[in-house]
Design a protein. Sequence first.
Length: 164
Amino acid sequence: MKFLILMHVIGTVLGVGAATFAEIFYTRFNSDNIINDDERKTLAVTYTVMRTGLFLLVISGFGFLLYFRLTEHVGIFSSPSFWAKMTVVAVLVCNSLLLQARLMPFLIGTAVSLTSWYAALTLGVLGKISASYFEILAYYAVAMVVVTLGLWWIRTHLHGPKKV
Ligand code: HEM
């Protein structure tokens, strides 16, 4: 079980860390509206780290569930925050597939990604909470709108001088 927690925490660090730096790098690189080859490579590496984090989380997450099933600690399956987190992870996976297929506007897609990573982290750390499944998803939806508007404001106001 300790190994699963270690794998889950490493996955969280890589995933949430990469999601944060992808935003910082993209906003900085895009300040002159040009993403050059070097910058594109840096973003590609960041997204690979993010996917590696998600892979570790899904594997260790199912490891947790198998362990709980085998040791008959099945309380988690009736936890609204656990199912809300699984919903957030499903949104995160669908969103990254749509972004990769360029079927999702970049501003919306990156806001969904950033919000979902921090929402899953928060729900993972909080564990069982008294809020209902739909209450948690309502907070998640509000956070999504706030992050989208925040990213839009940052990106429109942080346009520095053209790089020569
Ligand atoms: C973005 C994806 C995810 C993030 C950021 C995340 C984050 C976390 C964190 C921070 C914890 C607390 C770890 C600890 O107790 O030290 C946790 C616990 C847990 N996670 Fe995740 N997780 C993610 C995806 C998943 C997935 C996909 C599953 C299941 C398939 C899962 C199942 C669990 C379970 C069962 C626990 C509770 C472990 C316990 O009670 O000790 N997680 N998660």
